[in-house]
Design a protein around this ligand. Sequence first.
Ligand SMILES: *Cc1c(COP(=O)(O)O)cnc(C)c1O
Length: 378
Amino acid sequence: MPFRPRYTGLISKYKDRLPVSDDARPISLGEGNTPLIRLNHIPRDLGRDVDLYVKFEGLNPTGSFKDRGMTMAVTHAREQGSAAVICASTGNTSASAAAYAARAGMRAFVLIPDGKIAMGKLAQAIMHGAEVLQIAGNFDAGMRIVKDMADHAPVTIVNSINPYRLQGQKTAAFEIVEELERAPDYHCLPVGNAGNITAHWIGYCECAGKRSEHLTDACSYCGGNCRYASAIVGDRPTMIGYQASGSAPFMRGGPVQEPDTVATAIRIGDPQSWEYAWHASRESGGWFDECSDEEILEAQRWLAAREGVFCEPASAASVAGAMRDIRNGRIPEGSTVVCTLTGHGLKDPDVAIRQSGDAIKTIPAELDTVRRAILDKL
Ligand SMILES: *Cc1c(COP(=O)(O)O)cnc(C)c1O
């Protein structure tokens, strides 16, 4: 057949593997179906023989993987007759909630931390018409308020404690398995609230037709998602979660009071999916590790300058960590590795420009000067 049906989002595509009713009308912006890009230069620069891919989730409709979860959460909220959604956010959840709520004709209330939100994300929440409530406190403080608010106002929480979020986000694992025709050996993600690493593990378990012993709560809310499992592949990957050093509760063994990092999307001290993520890590034989802000920014620059892929700082933590573990052999040669690039670089132009070092100078608008400037650089 010469034509393929129009792609209309992940609920339509994966209806039979998601907890959606048959007559559900998906609230979709065409999320999912993001490219899995094979990196050419970085493995060569590292001098290691690995098959290294990035799943560029920054190419979702609002520029982050949050859209995968939000299409599910908002579709379900509207089906239940909810008129408003609420979330605490380091930025991307609010951008996504605002857009999907707009699409559904619902209100969105977003609690953002004072001053620590990237400009692009704030612009999105405002343009999509969300009620932006900036609080004098960090993400964790906002999260505590949001969890209480559901008892005090008729609003649906669309943070990743909403299990429909994880259900939507598991589809990233489905797409990877379909493209590679197998599961990768290693899957690396940045970890903030730890919902996404949990969701990926659920997705991979389902593809392998294996029940996760410990994630049944995450599933049972939706009637036991294991009924969606069908063995497409034999193996599951080893899950690796990387945190920013200033915001690394999984490395410290408990909540971090004043999390701080340039990677604002993972500036979270008290992860909501703490237990799930530990189970995913243990079951998969994986580990958590941390990256410094310098390593994160270096990886972000490398990806942009060497591979043409511009992700936001938090996303680069997955590649920063993977590069280190490939170099030191913890990820062995011959492995197939996927890193999730969670959000787009344009979300946070300030951090990118601040890195550019020497300021851009203005020169005369003359052929000769411009020619000399070019020849100097060649
Ligand atoms: C939300 C987010 C994360 C963290 O994901 P969790 O599910 O909270 O661990 C990482 N990177 C970006 C860009 C995000 O928006």
